[in-house]
Design a protein around this ligand. Sequence first.
Ligand SMILES: *[C@@H]1O[C@H](CO)[C@@H](O)[C@H](O)[C@H]1NC(C)=O
Ligand SMILES: *[C@@H]1O[C@H](CO)[C@@H](O)[C@H](O)[C@H]1NC(C)=O
Ligand SMILES: *[C@@H]1O[C@H](CO)[C@@H](O)[C@H](O)[C@H]1NC(C)=O
Length: 404
Amino acid sequence: MGVPLRSCNVRKPNETMRLIITTFAGIIFGFFIGVSFPTLSLTKMNLPSSLFPSIDLTYIEDKYSGLSTQALFNALNSLKANKVVSMPSYKNNETKIWIPTNPRGAERLPPGIIASESDFYLRRLWGQPSEDLTVKPKYLVTFTVGYNQKNNIDAAVKKFSENFTIVLFHYDGLTTEWDEFEWSKRAIHVSVRKQTKWWYAKRFLHPDIVAPYDYIFMWDEDLGVEHFDAEEYIKLVRKHGLEISQPGLDPNSGGLTWAMTRKRDNTEVHKDTEERPGWCTDPRLPPCAAFVEIMATVFSRDAWRCVWHMIQNDLVHGWGLDFSLRKCVEPPHEKIGVVDAQWIVHQSIPSLGDQGQAEGGKAPWEVVRERCRKEWTMFQDRMTNAEKAYYEAMGMKPSNLTAH
Ligand SMILES: *[C@@H]1O[C@H](CO)[C@@H](O)[C@H](O)[C@H]1NC(C)=O
Ligand SMILES: *[C@@H]1O[C@H](CO)[C@@H](O)[C@H](O)[C@H]1NC(C)=O
Ligand SMILES: *[C@@H]1O[C@H](CO)[C@@H](O)[C@H](O)[C@H]1NC(C)=O
């Protein structure tokens, strides 16, 4: 509203009133023109500019050429609002706002207008915004997918109720192909070629963007969900206070690496395990406790806010994250665990991991695997150095750090 309204501020009150009235008349007239000739813009119709005193026509054209009735109502409302604030007391100076507690960079805004968080809720182009949503999903599930796995993902998505927002990250560039599934039309599709789950998560799942969701599922595409129900899973996670969790893995799953994530019978959840001798220096530390893997992780809102900050922009495979998740919750051996009563099968289907660039006589999957290992070391080094720097700055000796 910059141009016309700013000029209001320097006029005398009675002039202001006159302008507001003519502006209203102009806008209402414009509205009917817009309604009757949606595709025509006002300037193209060569209307005499005297019909719209003091109003920048290009501005009007911008607003109306798209027949945005929303914009019209916005315009009307801000005119009304402006009538109030532009009245006597502020007419000779601009109101200056500076609120240090506002989000960084937004200090000039009145707090009441600040929308610092967002969501993935789909809205309509018409009607009352307050009536857009029939269901407000409380949970978010994301899959990183290639079209080859469509049947598996279709089966998985059906285990998630309408209380879930569905986000698909496509690493193969195929998106509209998924429209054969009814649910695809209400899903969010993000397509960027050959990127990993953690790359997408860092870019598209900022904690402020996913703020309305109580739980965030970050799942791979090769999980078998026959024995899994998402609503039931969430009940168990709430009941046992798990901030970071995963479903138990069928013992017959391929590539079962850790004892911790193996499904147990006759329990709802478990939070620790016995590993092979010598694998755990401390029964409360990974991989014996405070540990889940990164293939089917579920985060609470608060845990995700922390974990997102720990994800490195360049370490895209996420190796090593599993051993550090515990740094985001307290106490970790109580708030990280595996849900046995809702369990999955890890099918270990070759997918993105096979899409490396063969080089030096090595197969595509080999070069990817090499990078994974390299990233694991790099991540551990960064974490160790960061902690060391912090504790040194706090005047603590490295000997105090062994428990971390
Ligand atoms: C604006 O002007 C009024 C009246 O002169 C004055 O009382 C008020 O402090 C001024 N506000 C600002 C933010 O300068
Ligand atoms: C969705 O959430 C609501 C509120 O928690 C619950 O009553 C409903 O049963 C859930 N829907 C399904 C399909 O579980
Ligand atoms: C670090 O460890 C030493 C020896 O164990 C102890 O005396 C000291 O209080 C510890 N410092 C802190 C800040 O915990």
